[in-house]
Design a protein around this ligand. Structure first.
Ligand code: CA
Length: 222
């Protein structure tokens, strides 16, 4: 049974989401502000986090950074803002998906199941360690070292990097990346989503390692 942490300061929403998820058979823990949320995740090590973007104390983006820094875990971000830019920033700091409030409980459960299924289906490409151009990636332990230093990637960032490392120098289209990293929708907003995850990945592995091929996608420079 998967354990889900809900980090949401609006108690009505937190309780409604919690009771729906419990009804679906998930174990659920709730935190009502950012710091409490980070501490809760460190303590209970959830399988997935439902994270509100706007929180008192630490905001959702900072919570996402801190949680992902200690352990990669799928994050579904909730945002009250319908600003695409805001969602893309969220994806860039390591959220795997987002929902705009108000959202339906059914949609939330569907998104959660997709994210959890992606985790179950891993690891995708490489098994065991692989080293290309200063990047060491182990598909079994899902650990990554860049020039010898361990870096913490989100699950989505790890999957993207694994695709790149498997085919150094090859140009991988956005559509290919969407198809390979399961659960992404193959529409035009999917392209923006890829770009956001690539931005997050570049910040961690070095921007020079991932080259933009304009109008097509990206290539890994070994
Ligand atoms: Ca809030």
């Amino acid at each position: 049974m998967a354990l889900i942490c809900i980090i949401e300061d609006e108690q009505v929403i937190a309780n409604a989401v919690a009771s729906r998820l419990r009804g679906e058979g998930f174990e659920v823990e709730i935190a009502h502000d950012g710091l409490e949320g980070v501490a809760l995740c460190e303590r209970v090590r959830p399988d997935l986090i439902v994270l509100d973007r706007m929180l008192p104390g630490l905001d959702g983006l900072e919570v996402c950074r801190r949680v992902q820094a200690s352990r990669p875990v799928p994050v579904l971000m909730l945002t009250a803002l319908d600003a695409e830019e805001d969602m893309l920033v969220g994806l860039g700091v390591g959220a795997d998906d987002y929902l705009t409030k108000p959202f339906s409980a059914r949609e939330l459960v569907a998104r959660i199941r997709v994210l959890l299924r992606r985790v179950e289906l891993r690891p995708p490409a490489p098994e065991g360690p692989r080293a290309v151009g200063g990047v060491e990636l182990d598909g079994t332990t899902r650990r990554v070292r860049i020039d010898g230093d361990e870096v913490h990637l989100t699950p989505t960032e790890f999957d993207l990097l694994a695709l790149f490392v498997a085919r150094p120098g090859a140009v991988l289209s956005r559509d290919h990346l969407i198809a390979e990293v399961r659960g992404w929708k193959g529409d035009s907003s999917g392209h923006r989503t890829v770009d956001s995850h690539i931005r997050g990945l570049r910040a961690k592995v070095g921007a020079e390692r991932i080259r933009t091929v304009h109008g097509i996608g990206y290539a890994f420079e070994a």
